[in-house]
Design a protein around this ligand. Structure first.
Ligand code: CU
Length: 253
């Protein structure tokens, strides 16, 4: 368990760096929505006002208050915002953290962050099926990996493995893509922007990496929303696999 935690922390730090870089790269295009060409992007039907660039709108306290202010729960659909904030202060939190609904209703998650910071909505019901977002995989002997993009400044992380094999570190589909592991252990991948009906017996239900609309990096599944319909009363805890301190709860009555 300790090793896993250390690995997770290492991976989280690496991903933090990665996304800081992605954030920096995408920041100029993200800054443009103050013009007209993508003026709808910040709204996402959530009643969120566009940030104007007057005073201090990047401060954590401003962003936190803003994200907590707007609640949307109508027609049996409770919308929860995964993350929020902007370039200076992306928020790694669910807003609100507790959603209370009735049996048969739905929770929909969106990511209103104005820079490309991803989150997951991950329910780990049996306590053993959490998924790291990258891991070591065995390559057959004498195989090599090269980038699919010609002349890319890229090289896969490959290490010597046992018996002449190689170990490649690759992204984990069960973290990155919408995934369900049912009571019998069967793994099913949902299409991007999964719309899942939870029966309460699952071992693992994951949104995949949920990006702000229009900010999915190349190579990632195009996911900017996730919906779960709850058919059984109970308390459903979930977390974000990218930022394990992000925790939320759906109470179904
Ligand atoms: Cu997160």
């Amino acid at each position: 368990m300790k090793n896993r935690t250390v690995f997770l922390l290492g991976a989280a730090v690496a991903a933090g760096l990665l996304f800081t870089m992605i954030g920096a790269l995408s920041a100029p295009s993200a800054a443009q929505p103050s013009g007209n060409n993508s003026g709808g992007q910040g709204n996402q039907g959530q009643g969120m006002p566009m940030m104007n660039n007057t005073t201090n709108d990047q401060s954590p306290s401003f962003q936190y208050k803003l994200e907590n202010k707007y609640h949307k729960y109508e027609n049996g659909v409770f919308t929860v915002r995964a993350g929020g904030g902007a370039a200076v202060s992306p928020l790694t939190w669910f807003f609100p953290r507790h959603a209370e609904i009735k049996v048969g209703e739905t929770v929909t998650w969106v990511n209103p962050t104005s820079v490309g910071e991803p989150h997951t909505i991950t329910f780990v019901m049996d306590n053993t099926t959490a998924a790291d977002f990258a891991g070591p995989f065995v390559l057959p002997s004498n195989s090599t990996l090269k980038s699919a993009i010609p002349n890319a400044n890229a090289e896969a992380v490959v290490m010597p493995g046992p018996n002449g094999t190689s170990i490649v570190v690759a992204a984990n589909m069960r973290s990155m893509a919408p995934t369900v592991i049912d009571a019998s252990g069967k793994v099913t991948y949902l299409p991007p922007n999964g719309n899942y009906t939870m029966n309460g017996t699952e071992k693992y239900v994951n949104s995949g990496w949920l990006w702000p609309s229009g900010q999915v990096p190349p190579g990632f599944p195009p996911i900017d929303t996730f919906s779960v319909k709850f058919t059984k009363a109970g308390t459903y805890n979930y977390m974000c696999e990218v930022h394990p301190w992000m925790a939320g709860q759906v109470v179904v009555k």
